[in-house]
Design a protein around this ligand. Structure first.
Ligand code: 5GP
Ligand code: ZN
Length: 110
């Protein structure tokens, strides 16, 4: 989608520090990390909200969770991690392309 920063990261128009990529998702380092490890897992297809899930997108989000779980140790998260999915303005969503924050690498406060 035009003017979507994560779509531009998916196409490579905006550079990112990628840690994982396959045909349907990308995982890269957050540019303003809120923890020692702060990654963003995004679908390559643009959509903003969980409210827009279709059966295919629901399956994709499941695969995103599976990729996170299976790569967590390699990403320095073997002691645990937190997933955050901000939905809408009040929750602090600033990029309107669905993304899962993956936070860890240290003892997290709330
Ligand atoms: P939100 O607040 O929408 O849940 O999270 C958006 C996240 O995207 C923020 O943590 C922000 O630091 C990150 N972000 C915004 N622009 C860029 C960018 O150009 N590159 C990277 N790697 N992260 C970005
Ligand atoms: Zn997008």
């Amino acid at each position: 989608m035009e003017n979507c920063v994560f779509c531009k990261i998916v196409t490579g128009e905006i550079p990112s520090a990628k840690v994982y990529e396959d045909g349907e998702m990308l995982v890269f380092k957050d540019i303003e990390p809120k923890a020692s490890v702060h990654l963003l897992c995004v679908p390559k297809e643009h959509f903003a909200l969980l409210a827009e899930l279709t059966p295919a997108r629901t399956a994709l989000v499941g695969r995103m969770l599976n990729v996170i779980a299976s790569h967590a140790a390699a990403w320095g998260l073997s002691d645990g991690y937190r997933l955050v999915v901000n939905q809408g303005e009040s929750a602090g969503q600033t990029v309107h392309h669905l993304h899962i924050h993956v936070l860890g690498g240290e003892k997290l406060g709330w």
